[in-house]
Design a protein around this ligand. Structure first.
Ligand code: FES
Ligand code: FE
Length: 452
């Protein structure tokens, strides 16, 4: 029997997704309006724009916005499109500006977006143009949590704290709790020929590393014992000729890791190993978890969480100190941005280690993401074949057996081993967003069920 969470495209009851949602141009257009035109989207971290005039260009769907630090310390998000003929008023990806002068005809805007200069205003326009009416368009709402700046195009969207909820807040706090965090200069940006939802699905997926990342693990790049590692027992991955795969030091994934899945309204989710399971093989010292600040920011459940949060729709907080945006550029094209964070007080050698890891784990030169990207691209291509696209995609691991615990400790969660609950929840919420319902209805429809 179909549930309230089911839709044309997603069956929560069967754990099946219609593959056409990964390449259909019409669905992509609707996503731009119904999801990216309404959701609170991550733009940048406040440490990237500390001084007045500092700016960072960020995507909101297919709109480009300039996130600009104001003279009063506030932050504005301005559409990077001239009020005259639409040209971008800023060509740099980040920097500091006294004003923004359009390179087409020279209209000039101050850092608050006011139009302050029009060549020929008197001589050519005869004074018949009111500059106060032609400033840069502003994004409807801007707010930040622990330095993470978000914005929404929808003036009726709920306030950011309500939107983030317990799970979204926890996701951001998993970085914020690690110290006085700042973004390492330089955002890694690259394009993968895949649908953005494959990249989001994968961030929760602790089932694939033992196979997908076999070669990366064999290099020893993640240390002798990879994060969350356990020696594989029988029933683990096998080569095509039937041999069981033996990894140096063990394998990530499989069905043997104690895991926590957090689910929340609007589609936010976290999935992955417990801190205890992850800690033994983690890349970095996790003593920060035992600080007072961490205990306060994470709470009892968060203190046990080491898995990957996704702030719906596209902000992944990784298990290290990185955050990634999965930016839809087209139905079959996604741009990935990696922001790497570091505690300002970290000694130089440890800071260098963070940079090394940021370059070699994820990103365009990162071994893991090169391996992941191949899978996402191939999975996307297989959704356009006339027959292939009729084969449903499966998210059935532990289906119907994930009891959502609500014991007064937040957020709501499913405890157990590796599962596909977080992915299924993301797609269920995606359906609710794509229905176009109002915010109240959206919130009601994305309250996690008793069992998933
Ligand atoms: Fe910007 Fe004309 S398009 S000044
Ligand atoms: Fe991966």
């Amino acid at each position: 029997m179909a549930t309230d969470l089911d839709s044309t495209w997603v069956s929560v009851e069967r754990g099946e997704i219609d593959r056409r949602i990964f390449s259909d141009p019409d669905i992509f257009e609707q996503e731009m309006e119904l999801i990216f035109g309404r959701a609170w989207l991550f733009l940048c971290h406040e440490s990237q724009i500390p001084r007045p005039g500092d700016f960072f260009e960020a995507p909101m769907g297919r709109d480009n916005v300039l996130v600009v630090r104001q003279r009063d310390g506030g932050i504005k998000a301005l559409l990077n499109t001239c009020a005259h003929r639409g040209n971008a008023v800023c060509r740099a990806e980040e920097g500091n500006a006294r004003n923004f002068m359009c390179t087409y005809h020279g209209w000039t805007y101050d850092i608050a977006g006011n139009l302050i200069g029009v060549p020929g205003l008197e001589d050519l326009y005869g004074g018949d143009l009111d500059p106060s009416r032609h400033g840069l368009a502003q994004v409807a709402q801007v707010d930040s949590h622990e330095g993470f700046v978000f914005a929404t195009m929808d003036p009726s969207a709920p306030p950011l704290p309500d939107y983030l909820g317990e799970t979204g807040t926890l996701g951001l706090n998993l970085i914020a709790a690690q110290g006085d965090m700042e973004v390492i200069p330089g955002i890694q940006k690259f394009v993968i020929p895949c649908n953005w939802k494959f990249a989001v699905d994968n961030l929760f997926d602790w089932y694939h590393p033992q196979v997908t990342h076999l070669s990366a693990l064999q290099t020893g790049m993640l240390g002798a014992t990879p994060p969350g590692a356990r020696l594989m027992d029988s029933g683990g991955a096998q080569t095509p000729d039937g041999r069981e795969i033996q990894l140096p030091g063990g394998a990530v994934g499989g069905d043997v890791i104690d895991s926590i899945v957090c689910l929340d309204t609007y589609g936010h989710a976290i999935a992955g190993p417990t801190a205890e399971a992850f800690g033994a093989g983690g890349l970095f010292d996790d003593s920060w978890r035992r600080t007072e600040r961490a205990r306060e920011l994470l709470g009892p459940v968060g203190s046990r969480v080491a898995g990957h949060p996704n702030i719906f729709p596209t902000l992944w907080v990784s298990s290290t100190t990185q955050a990634s945006l999965r930016i839809p550029r087209g139905p079959m094209e996604t741009e990935i941005w990696w922001f790497s964070f570091v505690d300002r007080d970290l000694p130089p050698d440890q800071r260098a280690m963070r940079v090394f890891a940021a370059n070699h784990v994820f990103g365009p030169a990162g071994l893991l993401e090169q391996e992941d990207g191949e899978n996402w691209a191939q999975s996307t291509i297989q959704t356009i074949g006339h027959r292939s696209r009729q084969v449903p995609q499966l998210l059935r691991m532990n289906l119907g057996r994930g009891k959502v615990v609500r014991d007064g400790q937040s957020p709501p969660r499913i405890e157990g081993t590796t599962s596909e609950h977080a992915q299924l929840w993301t797609f269920a919420a995606w359906s609710a967003w794509m229905s176009g319902c109002g915010w109240d209805e959206l919130r009601r429809r994305t309250v996690p069920p008793e069992v998933l």
